[in-house]
Design a protein around this ligand. Structure first.
Ligand code: UDP
Ligand code: MG
Length: 318
């Protein structure tokens, strides 16, 4: 039987929380009384996450497991969940109970009112470091100023999307996936529900600084080429100023007796310009690297095994 709601839970080394998460999701959805399925996507965990979910999967017909062959990243895990989901509405929720499961019911209510995307807007973030909050704030603001369409502020991937939206997203085959940006990009009737982001139930964040930076770069470069334009502006500004300076120097050389010694200034200018040039080349490289990724046409993820799905579904996903 086809479930009405598909709930996607990406997991990376979540052995400490996943059992609790399952029980809470189950309690909320059983209480609601409509059919649902929980799709756990294991993103190459190196701990006991898979064993735990595998055990749950055997005992609960509403639970499915997709097991990746390695760690492909949070956004790819969500994407895989969407490929396998069959529900009329698809909900994405983190495995660490930072997104309160009860809020799913508010999302479902909004969906029933006719909205096709309902995203969770964080009013507050509890128990996260000041560093995380500040970088997150800067990220959402930069993202907004860089793109030409509206990516809602302070929202994560905790959201409900309608089947129609899910099908459209499945058709977007880009490799560097920034799911929340794609969801904004496709449009449809969107609304939000507000919630307080809880502290992680247990374990620690799976987004160290390195992953956060690459996530931010993916987000910005997938939706905007403004950084390249900024590179052009910087280059233009520097050329104009250096040209003016050159005129001054030539004038001094030809028409005055003033002759600067100036080794230091030359070295300083050289270093400054080389630094800027390398930085801008690197920036262009970010874009070229992404074009390269797209052109290789490798699959987004590799599934080692999938449990709890019927034949038809496995076909649908591939
Ligand atoms: N996650 C994942 N793959 C990764 C990193 C994280 O599937 O490479 C999952 C993780 O298990 C969690 C969600 O993505 O369910 C969000 O990660 P986390 O809670 O660590 O991020 P934070 O809330 O600190 O931003
Ligand atoms: Mg978290």
């Amino acid at each position: 039987m086809q479930a009405k709601y598909s709930i996607i839970v990406p997991m990376f080394n979540e052995e400490e929380v996943i059992g609790h998460t399952y029980l809470q999701l189950k309690a909320v959805m059983d209480g609601y009384g409509e059919s649902y399925e929980l799709i756990f996507v294991n993103d190459g965990s190196r701990d006991r996450t898979v064993e735990i979910v595998d055990g749950i999967c055997r005992n609960d017909r509403n639970v499915r497991l997709i097991n990746f062959s390695r760690n492909f990243g949070h956004q790819i895990a969500i994407t895989a969940g969407m490929d396998y989901a069959q529900g009329e509405a698809v909900i994405i929720i983190d495995a660490d109970l930072q997104d309160p499961p009860e809020v799913m019911l508010e999302m479902i209510e909004k969906w029933k009112e006719g909205y096709e995307v309902v995203y969770g807007k964080r009013l507050k973030r509890k128990g996260e470091t000041a560093f995380k909050k500040i970088t997150a704030m800067m990220f959402y603001r930069t993202m907004r100023s860089m793109t030409n369409f509206d990516i809602p502020m302070d929202t994560g991937d905790f959201r409900l999307i309608d089947r129609k939206v899910c099908d459209v997203l499945r058709g977007l085959k880009e490799k560097n996936r920034f799911v929340r940006g794609l969801v904004s990009w496709v449009g449809f009737r969107q609304t939000s529900v507000e919630y307080v982001r809880e502290e992680r139930f247990a374990g620690e964040t799976k987004y160290p600084l390195k992953k956060m930076i690459s996530f931010a770069l993916d987000g910005i470069t997938s939706f905007s080429y403004k950084p390249l334009k900024i590179a052009t502006y910087v280059g233009f500004f520097l050329s104009v100023t250096s040209f003016l300076y050159l005129m001054v120097v030539v004038y001094q050389k030809l028409f005055t007796s003033y002759n600067e010694v100036g080794w230091t200034s030359i070295v300083a200018i050289n270093l400054l310009f080389n630094g800027i040039i390398l930085m801008l080349l690197g920036l262009i490289g970010e874009y070229i690297g992404r074009i390269y990724d797209e052109s290789k046409n490798r699959p987004l993820y590799i599934v080692r095994e999938a449990h709890g799905f019927d034949e038809e579904r496995l076909e649908q996903a591939s």
